[in-house]
Design a protein around this ligand. Sequence first.
Ligand SMILES: NC(=O)c1ccc[n+]([C@@H]2O[C@H](COP(=O)([O-])OP(=O)(O)OC[C@H]3O[C@@H](n4cnc5c(N)ncnc54)[C@H](OP(=O)(O)O)[C@@H]3O)[C@@H](O)[C@H]2O)c1
Length: 244
Amino acid sequence: MTEARPTDGIPLLSFAPEGVAVVFGAGGGIGAALVQTLRGSQHFSQVLAFGRRTTPAIELLDESTLERAAELASDTGTLRLVIDATGFLHDERQMPEKSWRQLDANSLARCFALNATGPALIMKHVLPRLPREGKSVFATLSARVGSIGDNRLGGWYGYRASKAALNQIVRTAAVELARRSPSALCIALHPGTVATALSAPFEARGLQVHRPEEAARHLIGVIDTLGVDANGGFFDWRGLPVPW
Ligand SMILES: NC(=O)c1ccc[n+]([C@@H]2O[C@H](COP(=O)([O-])OP(=O)(O)OC[C@H]3O[C@@H](n4cnc5c(N)ncnc54)[C@H](OP(=O)(O)O)[C@@H]3O)[C@@H](O)[C@H]2O)c1
């Protein structure tokens, strides 16, 4: 019996064959699963993985590393799919704020640098390298908690606000991208609640928690389904629009 490939059921036929796929943040829970799933699909001629521990390595706080990765990827072939799976919620230095009492300038600046500025610089170097013709996609992993319209619980000021900023950058870049590459998409995606190091310390009360491999399949399925009218949009793992 042949083993099921991780993307069985996701044809990826919306993309021309022989293109290059790239994942930024390939060492993360969702990023690693995306790389594995895309490689398993065998639809792309190459699936390049960039993270802090790859060669070359990327560092969101160092633009030159993002430029070098984008350059290397486009030198490899036609960039059809680029997914930014980087992101930051907590580490040993800071946890998400529960109250305005915990607002701290350095922690806020760090959230913005990692969740908004870093991905913006990835876009700066990737979007001009997308092909002028045929479907291509730049997707960045945002989060539903970055939705202003959907914010009922409060808390997590820095993460929420930096993801909202990311969403605005996606939308703005999408307008510019459409002028250059009319069939290209620049989108923000909410992966759902996924069991990774990022979500580990938090109780997902009443939420469905997905394994990273499931999340990767969901996200790739959504990307495969979206047409050019989705450019500049914010979608969840089911393909449903998320309010800004
Ligand atoms: N997990 C969830 O439930 C959930 C829900 C909503 C949205 N998201 C979003 O999904 C994305 C992926 O999250 P995840 O759950 O896979 O988290 P994760 O396992 O913690 O992965 C985070 C990724 O960000 C990268 N990263 C962090 N700081 C970086 C820096 N300074 N320079 C370069 N890369 C850096 C990490 O790189 P290294 O591998 O090198 O550490 C890693 O690849 C994030 O944008 C997150 O906000 C996740």
